[in-house]
Design a protein around this ligand. Structure first.
Ligand code: FAS
Ligand code: PHB
Length: 389
């Protein structure tokens, strides 16, 4: 087999890139190790920056998003049992964010992909990129018992934090930065009306809590939990009781609870790999960086990588212009590091994990500052809606 681009991973980054390459008439193959059902069932992110929404419309894959997405003009910060609203549009020239699950984004891209001209192999086993330090890279894999070998010009690793792409790069060629947080997020999805129209981040003495949604009848909640916690150790009732304890009365009292339709625990880490190009192998999305979900940035950062990458690949294949590919890493990392900072900042500010009384007083002062100062609110808003591309 031969193609121009092999994409490893059919998560949101891989599918977005595959669909954009189709639109640009660049041959490509996507290799995904899981089944399509498995990928489409994953419950993850929920808040989209405008740049992400724009990319979906650029592909004409944004109709359901326009119909079902919930526009948020603000975000809420709760502490000391009171809630402060931070307007987004007022201080960012009208920018907003949209509540629309990553699950739905992936489904919309999947539907577009399978209707397109290019091949996507699900349940691709032992995917192995090779010779990406030459002008003739290739990828081998097994599918339904048959060994395959694809010669290509470019390999893009969109295979997430645990993928094979970054792991295939010689250790001496890559530098990684990582921070593990001493807590996790226990998430619950329920067919109950959201307790608030816009996202609420709560810093309570008992720990962090987050109130979000997938629609006006489906809520998404998270509470900070110990890294040793297990889903089985949290009954639905225990989750709801703890969530309400961490919220101001104006939210806790009217909250409608119900049976969970999904419950999971996610570890929190900050991670960046530099650079993001190794000859003819490029990394994008969680394969290159991970943020704690506190800033709702993981999915959006994956999309901004692909925004830079499709420009570089179009120039490379149109004019054999390698300079744009060389610029990819620098352009993407500039936005990645600023977003890593915001996600790390908001995680530290809203979670309880350091018993140092002085640290706690600093957090309380910062919360008071960003909710009462125009400059503080603008800074939080411009990061939350997403920094310019
Ligand atoms: P993904 O990890 O989504 O996709 C990678 C794909 O590559 C997967 O389908 C995987 O099966 C495949 N793959 C891996 N290894 C392979 C191999 N060797 N061969 C072939 N395929 C391979 N972000 C938020 O903004 N808010 C959240 O609340 C949030 N919650 C999260 C919860 C969890 C448990 C995780 C893991 C992430 C969460 N994120 C959240 C971040 C998440 O949304 C990611 O940023 C987003 O999925 C990134 O998309 P991709 O880069 O496509 O990576
Ligand atoms: C979500 O809706 O899943 C969500 C919202 C905001 C976050 C993280 C996750 O910061």
């Amino acid at each position: 087999m031969r193609t121009q681009v092999v994409i490893i991973g059919a998560g949101p980054a891989g599918l977005l890139l595959g669909c954009l390459l189709d639109k640009h008439g660049i041959d490509n193959v996507v290799l995904e190790r899981q089944t399509a059902d498995y990928v489409l069932a994953r419950i993850r992110a929920g808040i989209l920056e405008q740049t992400t929404v724009d990319l979906m419309h650029r592909l004409e894959a944004g109709d359901r998003l326009s119909a079902e997405g919930i526009i948020h003009h603000g975000v809420n910060i709760a502490f000391d049992k009171k809630m402060e609203a931070i307007p987004l549009g007022a201080s960012t020239g009208g920018k907003v964010v949209t509540a629309y699950g990553q699950t739905e984004v992936t489904k919309d891209l999947y539907d577009l992909r399978i209707a397109g001209p290019s091949q996507t192999f699900y349940q691709a086993e032992d995917v192995s990129p090779a010779d990406f330090d030459t002008d003739s890279p290739s990828v081998s894999f097994r599918h339904q018992g048959t060994e395959h070998h694809i010669d290509c010009d470019i390999i893009v690793g969109c295979d997430g934090y645990h993928g094979v792409s970054r792991a295939s790069v010689p250790e001496a060629a890559i530098t990684t930065y990582e921070k593990l947080y001493p807590f996790g997020w226990l998430g619950l999805l329920a067919d109950t009306p959201p307790v608030a129209h816009e996202v609420v981040y709560a810093n309570d003495v008992r720990g962090f809590a987050l109130c979000s949604m997938r629609s006006m009848t489906r809520s998404r909640y998270y509470i900070q939990c110990d890294t040793t916690d297990t889903v089985d150790g949290w009954s639905d009732d225990a989750f709801w009781d703890e969530l309400r304890r961490r919220l101001p009365a104006e939210l806790a009292e009217p909250m409608i609870t119900g049976p969970s339709i999904e419950k999971s625990i996610a570890p929190l880490r900050s991670f960046v790999a530099e650079p993001m190009r190794f000859g003819r192998l490029l990394l994008a999305g969680d394969a290159a960086h991970v943020v704690p979900p506190t800033g709702a940035k993981g999915l959006n950062l994956a999309f901004s990588d692909i925004h830079y990458l499709i420009e570089a690949l179009s120039a490379f294949f149109a004019d054999k212009d390698d300079s744009a590919l060389s610029e990819y890493s620098r352009r993407a990392l500039a936005r990645i590091w600023k977003t890593e900072r915001f996600s790390w900042y908001l995680t530290n500010l809203t979670h309880r994990f350091n018993d140092d009384p002085f640290e706690q007083k600093m957090k309380e002062a910062e919360l008071a500052y960003i909710t009462t100062s125009e400059a503080g609110r603008i800074s939080l808003a411009e990061n939350y809606v997403g920094l310019p591309l």
